[in-house]
Design a protein around this ligand. Structure first.
Ligand code: 3AM
Length: 195
């Protein structure tokens, strides 16, 4: 299964961002983009790629211990940007150093269970939309429209292990949580890990 570690904004932060995104989606050509489903909005901490299920218990244990070592950071989503004309994202104005450290721990957890981790630097973004392979759409107007966005701050309370499954043709991938661990304290018996 295709896995990555992430943190997710809480419902009020999702609602706030959804309001801004609905404005941005009124721009010309917005319907040519593949907009991420807001239920799956996340900040990626580490990308593991295709991982054999047998690794899941050890990866989960390591992610739980890593999460426990990090105090819950306060983060704020702000501004917009793009990766070339491939992906449109909202950035962060608060909490980036803390999330970068959490991302380093999530990356180390993957490496220790034998996943070949790429050395991509942490960026600190929440992907909102991707362009379709077949249609070249300029993302700059969308990124510009997000430039003045300053979200309300929120506290990251947990680290998630997410599974990514390909969506229908033309649709974004579907993300589902496989495990979730609290930040700053030992995981209790209520932790869910579903292979
Ligand atoms: O939604 P974002 O952009 O934060 O871009 C992919 C997505 O992150 C990223 O993993 C997340 C879930 O798919 N991703 C995909 N392939 C990747 C790779 N080879 C990758 N990140 C790093 N290396």
């Amino acid at each position: 299964m295709r896995l990555f570690a992430a943190v997710q904004p809480p419902p009020p932060a999702v609602a706030e961002l959804a309001g801004v995104v609905s404005e941005v989606r009124r721009l010309p050509d917005a319907d040519r983009l593949r907009w991420a489903d807001q239920q799956g909005w996340h900040l990626t901490m580490a990308f593991y790629g295709e991982v054999d299920e047998v690794v899941l218990p050890e990866l989960s244990a390591r992610l739980g211990r890593a999460a426990a070592r990090h105090q819950p950071p306060t983060v704020r989503l702000a501004g917009g940007g793009r990766f070339g004309d491939r992906a449109l994202w909202v950035g962060m104005s608060e909490g980036r150093p803390e999330l970068e450290r959490l991302a380093a721990s999530a990356t180390a957890a993957g490496r220790r269970v034998g996943i070949p981790m790429e050395g991509r630097p942490f960026h600190g973004h929440l992907t909102l939309a991707r362009t379709r392979n077949t249609a070249a759409t300029r993302l700059r107007p969308f990124a510009d429209a997000l430039a003045s966005f300053q979200g309300t701050s929120w506290v990251v309370t947990s680290l998630l292990l997410m599974r990514s499954d390909p969506g229908e043709v033309g649709q974004p991938p579907r993300y589902s949580p496989v495990g979730q661990w609290p930040l700053g304290r030992e995981p209790g018996p209520g932790v869910t890990v579903e292979p």
